[in-house]
Ligand binder design. Structure first.
Ligand SMILES: Nc1ncnc2c1ncn2[C@@H]1O[C@H](COP(=O)(O)OP(=O)(O)OP(=O)(O)O)[C@@H](O)[C@H]1O
Ligand SMILES: [Mg+2]
Length: 462
């Protein structure tokens, strides 16, 4: 085959190159030359004396070099795309896989070999069709999709898809980037679940983290005092968290030059004298959450209005809804709030939430109505504090309660008290047996007994 041009390298060392001196003078190492053929046989290269390198040829040669450079660049880019942790996939109009990177191989457990040229709907079982419709109308799609690995394992991916049109070609291609978010989502779910089961004490320390974030640039010391054995209360952790946060943010705002923020949680008994003095309260056990600051304090004429919705002294910066929300939540929990403040010295908010045992007093009348004749309930639950909360709640409704820590104990108690027990409440996750298995055993023994299975319980606060 005849060549249009030749690249001659290492000029300065080549024995056959006769102009070595010239090459050295101009520090030339390589040369492009036009080869000369005679009857298809290469006989040498032309030099300047015989012919000029035509300008059009020079342009062509330059192009060749540029193309070579861009190909190298593209190859480098492809290499980077290939080793990315994300799955990167390109599809044609018929949903066939044109590109499948190493990230996709890892994420789905499907090799390039197995993926290329195949229809995406056949390799990944998800409704790509529905998304494709949106892609064609909107060009882009971002969302989360549940997919399966080749082994069947379910994964959740954050997906970015784009319809790409090349002006030189007809039709379009679909670019897909999928990121595995299964782990992160599971972690979030666990965190949410854990938060729901947390005691107020833990909540307080939990929000210490939030608070640290709020307070980092300020010179504020946070002190947290939580007494050991707190009474159980009946409450919604998210709301209680909200109460704490709103009070703490107010405390922060009241200490622009720094100070001390104290959060305290303790048990308090309200006696008859106190209850007479404070009509919002009733005699009995309470859990008290104190949020105290050493800030600017609340002037007397402002004090009357602080719980009013939209009342704020912070101008544009405040909505005036913080304390009215606190008030509503505390009222929902049948509690009350006390505020002490001295201008220039600081403010103390005390939130009183009745302990579970304290609901007894007010609910006395209701209870009588609910049940005249005594019934027995068996509670099978391995977590001590939950067992006690359930017992307490049932007793408030005038029911007799028998407690079992595990499946074995439950069976024993049932055998002994067959005639007495009307209802069994069984936790799903017992230490020795799964709740549904235990229910099977109980049903075999007492087919008539009514049973409640507790699954995914969301106990409020300890
Ligand atoms: N710890 C505190 N020290 C001094 N003043 C307070 C304190 N807590 C509340 N206040 C006063 O009560 C007002 C109402 O508080 P609230 O939390 O309802 O609204 P806000 O804090 O002004 O606005 P937002 O809660 O939307 O930031 C505040 O504007 C402030 O004047
Ligand atoms: Mg506020």
């Amino acid at each position: 085959m005849n060549l249009n041009y030749l690249i001659i390298e290492n000029l300065q060392e080549r024995a056959e190159f006769i102009r070595k001196e010239l090459a050295k003078e101009f520090n030339l190492n390589s040369l492009i030359a036009i080869p000369i053929y005679s009857e298809n046989e290469f006989i040498g290269v032309c030099d300047k004396k015989k012919t000029e390198l035509s300008p059009s040829l020079a342009v062509q040669i330059a192009r060749v070099f540029e193309t070579k450079k861009s190909i190298a660049k593209i190859q480098e880019l492809l290499r980077l795309i290939d080793i990315s942790d994300d799955a990167i996939i390109v599809l044609d109009e018929e949903d066939k896989v044109l590109f499948w990177n190493q990230g996709a191989e890892k994420l789905y457990g499907i090799s390039k070999m197995d993926a290329l040229g195949k229809n995406i709907n056949k390799i990944l079982s998800y409704s790509y069709e529905a998304i494709k419709g949106k892609l064609i109308s909107k060009r882009k799609w971002i969302g989360e999709i549940e997919q399966r690995k080749s082994g069947g394992e379910r994964i959740l991916v954050g997906s970015f898809m784009e319809l790409v049109k090349n002006e030189e070609e007809e039709g379009y291609k679909i670019f897909i980037r999928n990121t595995d978010i299964t782990f992160i989502r599971r972690l979030q779910e666990q965190l949410n679940r854990a938060q729901k089961l947390e005691s107020i004490g833990n909540l307080a320390s939990g929000i210490a983290h939030d608070l640290n974030n709020i307070f980092t640039p300020k010179n504020i010391d946070i002190k947290i005092e939580i007494s050991g054995e707190l009474h159980p209360i009946l409450g919604d952790p998210t709301s209680i968290n909200q109460v704490l946060l709103n009070l703490c943010v107010n405390a922060k705002d009241a200490m622009p030059n720094g100070g001390v923020l104290t959060i305290k949680v303790e048990n308090v008994y309200i006696d008859e004298d106190y209850a007479k003095w404070n009509p919002m309260s009733k005699v009995g056990d309470y859990v008290v959450i104190t949020v105290a600051d050493t800030g600017i304090g609340i002037p007397k004429d402002v004090m009357d209005k602080i719980f009013d919705p939209y009342f704020t002294t912070k101008g544009e910066k405040g909505t005036g809804l913080g304390l009215s929300t606190v008030y509503t939540i505390v009222k929902e929990h049948e509690g009350f709030i006390n505020v002490y403040s001295e201008e220039g010295k600081g403010t103390v908010f005390k939130v009183y939430i009745p302990a579970i045992s304290n609901h007894k007093n007010k609910k006395e009348e209701d209870r009588k109505e609910i049940s005249e004749k005594k019934s027995y309930v068996l509670v099978v639950e391995d977590e001590k504090h939950i067992r006690e909360i359930v017992k307490d709640m049932l007793e408030r409704n005038n029911l007799n309660v028998l407690l079992a820590e595990n499946g074995k104990e439950a069976v024993k108690i049932l055998e002994k008290n067959k005639e007495l027990i009307n209802l069994a409440i069984v936790d799903y996750n017992l230490s020795d047996v799964k709740g549904d298995v235990l229910i099977g055993e109980i049903k075999a023994m007492l087919p008539e007994l009514k049973i409640i299975l507790m699954k995914n319980k969301q106990y409020s606060c300890r």
